[in-house]
Ligand binder design. Structure first.
Ligand SMILES: Cc1cc2nc3c(=O)[nH]c(=O)nc-3n(C[C@H](O)[C@H](O)[C@H](O)COP(=O)(O)O)c2cc1C
Length: 343
């Protein structure tokens, strides 16, 4: 079915196609016809962060920035979804065009820049959803907040999303907000994580609820920096790490006509590097921190290899654009076969 729809969507501007697809997914779910949209994945219960996931395959952040389609997306068969990135105040994001398809590479370059309706709108959406599944909320900073005040934006969002989120992801790795990735350096990272953990402690007793905090990291880190981050995250008791966000590197698509477009590259060309980062992190943190592997999953085989590299859970975004919703059941089926020991 997606094979028929895809050429029509790909004939449209990527953001227009995105808007139409979201409307179609929402309308299909509301009419109760969502079972026709995608094959239902098998069950593959997975317990992480003291929560039971229907299966370990999730939707990565950025597709539903305002948490406006939580139930429709969960109904597609994801074991969990992550909404956002959300910021304290609404903001329009970067000027268009800001999203580009590279079909010959099964890739996307985006420089959206956290276009979103603000954290209050997202919380309202998520709170009113039925939520038959796990919902993580990804938080960031406004573009016009000076980087030295970034911590305040994260604390502001954390306080608001804490009661409704199953987990909170702190996004310090988007390449499309100036200065954001500098928060991955040792000192700013230690300070940020320390403040967030303090706030989490207070929120835990205020709401009588445990909401784990995860950090999402970039693939463009030197090994030494990655090792330093792993140590800081272990020391601070960060509860999960998402590896990785999009890359600013263009080595994997060298010579492509769109290689000069600024922004984050995702999809197939990101697979190798994001998986290397994942496996290095696993070697550094041992079994102490659950890791979510994301970056370039385009098939069941890719999903299995990410788990073999150390992922506890998985996410995808670009694979969904190129392969359609059946990618979900393909990946869960492959993961189940791996768990049952038949591959
Ligand atoms: C169009 C687009 C928008 C994205 N927006 C966000 C975002 O708002 N926050 C975030 O943490 N990651 C965002 N991402 C990154 C994805 O969540 C994911 O980490 C990355 O694309 C690698 O996975 P993939 O190769 O499966 O797409 C975005 C990715 C794309 C393609």
């Amino acid at each position: 079915m997606y094979g028929l729809v895809r050429p029509l969507l790909f004939a449209l501007d990527p953001e227009v196609a995105h808007g139409l697809s979201m409307q179609a997914i929402e309308a299909t779910w509301r009419s109760g016809a969502h079972h026709f949209l995608a094959r239902r994945p098998p069950r593959l219960p997975t317990r992480v962060f003291w929560r039971l996931f229907e299966n370990p395959f999730g939707l990565a952040a950025g597709l539903d920035k305002n948490g406006a389609h939580v139930d429709a997306l969960l109904a597609m068969g994801f074991g969990f979804i992550e909404v956002g990135t959300t910021t304290p105040r609404p903001q329009p994001g970067n000027p268009k065009p800001r999203m580009f398809r590279l079909p010959d590479q099964q890739a996307i370059i985006n420089r959206l820049g956290f276009n979103n309706e603000g954290v209050d709108a997202l919380v309202k959406n998520v709170a009113s959803a039925r939520r038959k599944g796990i919902v993580g909320i990804n938080i960031g900073k406004n573009a016009d907040t000076p980087i030295e005040n970034a911590v305040d934006d994260y604390l502001y969002c954390l306080e608001r999303v804490y009661p409704v989120a199953d987990y909170v992801t702190v996004n310090i790795s988007s390449p499309n907000t100036a200065g954001l990735r500098d928060l991955q350096r040792d000192e700013p990272l230690r300070a940020l994580v320390g403040k967030l953990r303090e706030a989490q402690e207070k929120l835990r007793s205020q709401h009588r609820k445990d909401t784990p905090i995860l950090l999402k990291i970039a693939p463009d880190l030197e090994d030494a920096q990655l090792d330093g981050m792993a140590r800081i995250m272990l020391d601070a008791g960060v509860e999960g790490i998402i590896a990785t966000n999009t890359t600013i590197a263009r080595t994997a698509i060298g010579g492509h006509k769109l290689e000069k477009e600024t922004g984050g590259l995702s999809g197939k060309p990101l697979y190798q590097r994001s998986t290397q980062v994942l496996s290095r992190l696993r070697a550094r943190v041992g079994e102490k921190i659950p890791l979510i592997g994301v970056g370039g999953i385009m098939s069941g085989g890719d999903a299995v290899a990410k788990v073999a590299a150390g992922a506890t859970l998985l996410q995808c975004y670009t694979g969904l654009i190129y392969r359609g919703p059946n990618l979900i059941s393909e990946c869960v089926t492959a993961l189940r076969a791996r768990r049952e020991g038949s591959v």
